[in-house]
Design a protein around this ligand. Structure first.
Ligand SMILES: CC(C)(COP(=O)(O)OP(=O)(O)OC[C@H]1O[C@@H](n2cnc3c(N)ncnc32)[C@H](O)[C@@H]1OP(=O)(O)O)[C@@H](O)C(=O)NCCC(=O)NCCS
Length: 141
């Protein structure tokens, strides 16, 4: 395993790198200020650093009692497949004891979450802002 550092809520973060990493892995990305607001409003966040450089992150929305959802779980392509994604998800789950945790996987990434104990939902429903785009990308029927 790589020599990495974990950084949790409240540490100073360069959100232009967050946008850049999301773009590089093919996920939805916004302006640095929008990411800053989204992470600041999250219940739990985690960033992974290698030699001081951000290489991955994730965040959870939650009431902190019994419901939670994971978003923006991403690892830079050159660091994928080394257990970092699992570490991010486990770190977030540790902060969500007793919670039901939901998420929607990027199409093709379901096996990653299955390996972490998640199961496919049969009745998941979504009201996306970009309905047609999300259908084209394979998120909705
Ligand atoms: C999905 C992602 C976060 C996984 O991170 P990672 O660091 O590569 O994952 P890990 O190395 O911790 O892999 C954990 C397990 O999931 C499996 N896995 C990882 N990516 C997978 C994939 N694309 N398809 C199938 N299995 C996958 C691994 O084989 C491993 O299984 P094992 O524990 O049985 O060996 C990362 O590939 C990524 O950022 N992808 C692009 C962004 C994305 O799609 N994020 C998810 C949004 S829902």
């Amino acid at each position: 395993m790589l020599d990495i550092e974990m950084s949790y809520d409240g540490q100073p973060i360069d959100y232009s790198l967050v946008a850049d990493i999301l773009r590089r892995v093919g996920m939805a990305y916004f302006t640095p200020m929008e990411h800053q607001r989204a992470f600041a409003a999250s219940f739990a966040t985690v960033f992974v650093l290698h030699k001081g450089e951000m290489i991955g992150f994730g965040r959870a929305l939650s009431d902190g009692v019994y419901q939670a959802a994971l978003y923006d779980v991403a690892v830079l392509p050159e660091y994928q497949g080394q257990g970092i994604g699992s570490l991010i998800v486990h770190s977030l789950l540790e902060k969500l004891p007793q919670c039901n945790v939901i998420l929607y996987a990027a199409p093709g990434k379901e096996a990653f979450y299955t390996s972490l104990g998640f199961r496919r939902m049969k009745t998941g429903m979504a009201l996306f802002t970009q309905k047609e785009r999300m259908a084209e990308k394979g998120f909705t029927e």
